[in-house]
Design a protein around this ligand. Sequence first.
Ligand SMILES: [Ca+2]
Ligand SMILES: [Ca+2]
Ligand SMILES: [Ca+2]
Ligand SMILES: [Ca+2]
Length: 286
Amino acid sequence: MRALKLGLGIAMCSALPAHALVQAIVTPTTLTTFEGGTTVQYAVTLDDSPSVGETVTVTPSSTDVTEGTVSAALTFTAADFDVPKYVTVTPGASGDGNDGDVSYTVTNIVTATGGTASYNGASANSVSVTNQNVDGVATLTVSPSSGFRVIEGGAAQTITVSAGPDVTPTNDVTVNLSTVSGEVALSAASVTLTAGNGYSATFTITANDDAAVDGDLSFTVVTAAADSVDPAFDGFDPVDVVGIAEDDDTLPPPPVNAQSIPALGGLGLAALGLLLGGLGVTRLRK
Ligand SMILES: [Ca+2]
Ligand SMILES: [Ca+2]
Ligand SMILES: [Ca+2]
Ligand SMILES: [Ca+2]
């Protein structure tokens, strides 16, 4: 009897995450912006609940504030540790010359106060950001090209493809669009930039509302190399679009017996019933 209880205790403890391995989860860890373009976001959650009374702070910091700045620190408690919160990345402006596409890093420092401060010094991935130059070059911008979510059954995300702003095409520019992901649908198979639309056109991405509990999944929309009579734009390959399709389905709650004794879940309910019946539940509680 005593040996069985000890065995159960060890099994249940070993199912818990190791204390030192808690981390803040950052998604995605790669972002692309262009000078003066729209903001993008990444999500942060904690992989396990902080202790009672503990406040966990995730502080983002840009290594190159001329190319991109970040929004304020995020805080989490046991009440909301698994609800995504977002850091907004604002790209640096154009007008700094033809400085090429500049990559920098956003670090995420984790600190904790209160409770057992179990998250103090916990790890969090950095985010690699590339801010594309638009000065003095013929370029096609895609906005946003990353750092956004579409939710199953939710609103579509509008993507803007534009030429310029420094160099204006002399002819129409067409960009074909495609995706192999079953997670999303596109409003069009191509966009064409013309004098009539100011060489700027949009398409939308909608999450397919599947009924599966399939989690939040990354998808890619490929923007093909441009087709144009203007040689400055013909063959220019705009950055592809990478987003996250957010799941809106949830699992039904597990059976009560399996929920209250998780370490025995693998044995199956029939085996559990036999075990408890043979031992007598009242004796287990002594
Ligand atoms: Ca720049
Ligand atoms: Ca520039
Ligand atoms: Ca789903
Ligand atoms: Ca899905």
